[in-house]
Design a binder for this molecule. Structure first.
Ligand code: HMG
Ligand code: MG
Length: 465
């Protein structure tokens, strides 16, 4: 069977951030809803950057809240989960009684988990599950926390624990065992262990590829964050929605110093330093991290970029722990040859095939060569690409003023329609339904046209450099 290629649609973020007007939040949410039914694997739904820099996406929190309320297809991010056993009335009654009489470690653990509202997760205490009662259960991440007292040291008790664990695991649950002592004397440690257990389950930035049911799975939602402040906003948005709506955050730097300054007011090295706490905090909360490198072929200000510089920045990102590298041809300067040379350089520091960190290619399509670049990347083993429906998009800080005073705007992304068609024509599979994708693209064109007409008399969006 041909290889499956992963598709991320970035239109709600990259597509709308460069529009002269601000697209109304309900239109953004409707676009995301339509994209959810196309079968794309991931949608970059918004960014949590400074609204002074990109006012077009200043409504990230609302977007996340509304998206969390959409009736979406099952699956995707965390998977549909295995069935649960039928409820046993006796166990249910026993669990109710236990809940009323909780003491000691059980009470302490519960106070710790419910008091901290860890990662916005909802926990259940003394939860009946088949023949067992679980000390603490977190259904959204399918994690069971069991308190093991001194009696668990006994051989017979150990056998019983092992049976119980095997039973729970057969339903796709993970079991974290914590000791009585730890719960009573270091509850904070328990909280950290819980977060680690969740993060450990999210070692892949591409968790659970959707089934090949074409358009049947919910995609992963991701959001761009430039710094700790943005990371906190993403977590707050999840918390306000009472679940992990955003499962991945994207940090971004560049292979060009000038672009990095213009886009983030920081040198490349400074952005890398900013990302360390962002990555730690994402991993602690069970989120994965995509690391963008912009200007991998050329910079609007510095011209062509040496592939070795792209490799150097890619290595810096992998060294600080990103889970995915996303290589951005920000101004669509790439050709088959230059894209190949850049990818081969990156391959030496972050292997494209079989490496720890998967590589995604993010193309803008200025000269109509993006499809060629996709083919070159497929030949070199890249199996993950970004596109934007209707080819919308561009970084506002890649726009520049020409000598005659006019503004040259950053070019749009490769359209997801062209991207998917190119991949299929090259003999690979995606989970995307092209008809549904065209529907989403038509809606994107409609909302952008409406917004452009309204904005034509007012001032433009991003600050051109
Ligand atoms: P700065 O001005 O240096 O930030 O901007 P600061 O730390 O000095 O803070 C200044 C003010 O911003 C403070 O507020 C902060 O609280 C606030 P004040 O005290 O003045 O009221 N602030 C924030 N507010 C909300 N959310 C935040 C945040 N951070 C600070 N996260 C900063 C530095 C990085 C924030 C700024 O440069 C920025 O937001 N840049 C983002 C630009 C952007 O979004 N560009 C487009 C995305 S990148 C792209 O499109 C390329 C890509 O598609 C790949 C490719 O194509 O190559 C990914
Ligand atoms: Mg881009």
């Amino acid at each position: 069977m041909p290889d499956l290629v992963r598709i991320t649609d970035v239109s709600p973020r990259d597509g709308l951030q460069n529009e002269p007007g601000i697209i109304p939040t309900p239109d953004k949410v409707r676009l995301i809803e339509l994209l959810c039914h196309t079968g794309v694997d991931e949608i970059e739904v918004t960014s949590f950057v400074s609204p002074k820099w990109v006012p077009q996406l200043g409504d990230g929190r609302d977007v996340v809240r509304f998206v969390s309320q959409l009736p979406l297809p099952e699956g995707g991010g965390r998977g549909k989960g295995d069935p649960t056993p039928a409820r046993n009335p006796l166990t249910v009654a026993r669990a109710q009684a236990l809940r009323r009489t909780m003491t000691g470690p059980e009470k302490a653990l519960w106070a710790e988990l419910s008091g901290k509202r860890l990662a916005g997760l909802k926990f259940r205490r003394q939860h009946p599950f088949g023949p067992y009662i679980l000390d603490v259960f977190c259904p959204s991440v399918r994690l069971v926390i069991e308190i093991d007292g001194i009696t668990h040291e006994h051989v017979e008790a150990k056998r019983h624990d092992a049976e119980r664990t095997a039973y729970l695991e057969s339903f796709g649950l993970r079991v974290l065992r914590v000791s009585n002592d730890a719960v009573l004397h270091d509850p904070d440690l328990i909280a950290r262990q819980v977060l680690h257990a969740i993060a450990a389950d999210r070692t892949s930035p591409f968790p659970l590829p959707p089934p090949s049911g074409r358009g049947s799975a919910r995609p992963i939602f991701s959001a761009l964050v430039p710094n700790e402040r943005g990371m906190q906003s993403a977590l707050d948005a999840n918390q306000a929605s009472r679940r992990h709506v955003i499962e991945k955050v994207s940090v971004f730097t560049a292979a060009s110093e000038t672009f990095s300054q213009k886009n983030t007011n920081a040198s490349i090295a400074e952005t890398i330093e900013r990302f360390r706490p962002v990555i730690d905090s994402a991993h602690m909360q069970g989120l994965t991290v995509r690391g963008y490198v912009s200007c991998v072929i050329a910079c609007p200000f510095e011209g062509p970029i040496d592939p070795s510089k792209v490799a150097e920045v890619s290595k810096a990102l992998t060294d600080i722990g990103v889970d995915e590298l996303d290589l951005g041809d920000t101004i669509g300067a790439g050709s088959r040859e230059s894209t190949g040379a850049m990818l081969r350089a990156v391959d030496r520091v972050a292997p494209i095939t079989g490496g720890r960190v998967p590589i995604t290619l993010h193309l803008h399509d200025t000269f109509g060569r993006a499809a060629d670049c996709v083919r070159a990347a497929l030949d070199l083993g890249v199996r993950s690409f970004d596109g934007s429906v209707a080819g919308l998009g561009g970084c506002p800080y890649a726009s520049k003023r020409l000598p005659d005073g006019t503004i040259q705007r950053a070019p749009g992304n490769i359209s997801t329609e062209l991207l998917v068609q190119t991949i299929h024509d090259a003999g690979y599979r995606t989970n995307v339904n092209l008809d549904k994708l065209r529907e989403a693209a038509a809606f994107a064109r409609e909302i952008v046209a409406k917004s452009r007409a309204a904005a034509s008399t007012s001032s433009s969006g991003g600050t051109p450099a």
